[in-house]
Ligand binder design. Sequence first.
Ligand code: FE
Ligand code: FE
Ligand code: ZN
Length: 288
Amino acid sequence: MKLIIGSHVSFKKEEQLLGSLKEALSYKANTFMLYTGAPQNTNRQPINKELTLKAQSLMKENNIDINNLVVHAPYIINLANEKNLDFSIRFLKEELKRCEELGIYKLVLHPGSHVGLGLEKGIENIVFALNQVKDSKVKICLETMAGKGSEIGTIEELQTIIDKSENKNLLICIDTCHLNDAGYDLNDFNNILNKIDNLIGIDKIGCVHVNDSKNVISAHKDRHANIGFGTISFNTLINIIYNEKLASVPKILETPYVDVYPPYKYEIEMIRNKKFNENLLNDIINQK
Ligand code: FE
Ligand code: FE
Ligand code: ZN
């Protein structure tokens, strides 16, 4: 099986997509995910056509299929709460346009937090918002969430949103840390996949976020750990990464930096070797 693996990478104004691609190549990744600006805010630069074209031709040279690339929407878009809903919808529309300009047709989105409104009203707002962007050709991948605070995003909740929405371009993104923290037992991944297949359809999984978790199952926390250094375990994550049913789905690492260093080159190598390196964090700090 040809593994499609990468990490989130930066997107800086000087080189934009070209810079993101170069960073991914330095990790020996064959896909990547980017935020079109800082994840915490909505300040965005216009997409530079020339840099995009340069990036697209460098992708071809390196056999990177642009269909495996993913954009992540900023966290402050919250479609579940009326407060700032207009702003969130407007920003989402612009973000979908930026995706098209980049030639990236998958956008990962956190469904939102209802912040006291209640689950039902929160889902109603999300469905309303997603209906406003149903004409975009970009597929929105709703991410499974850890259930921190009033976050919406269990598998069942994603099913409800998808069933109720008129938007036929909805997929899901499964995040291993979030699934663990939400209470799904990743040691029985077949059971989780069956559930997704019954409720949503396995073909709707558009992206997998591969992260270990700093917390135990059902903790509802959402703190990512490096691969094999959390509670999920290396072998469980390897099983998920190499699951044949997900072979065509991009796997994206969102693990934390070690000291000041990105861990992705090391983690990708370890995943390709399928062998846990207990000295990984030291190797990263010493840049071996
Ligand atoms: Fe996310
Ligand atoms: Fe994630
Ligand atoms: Zn997370």
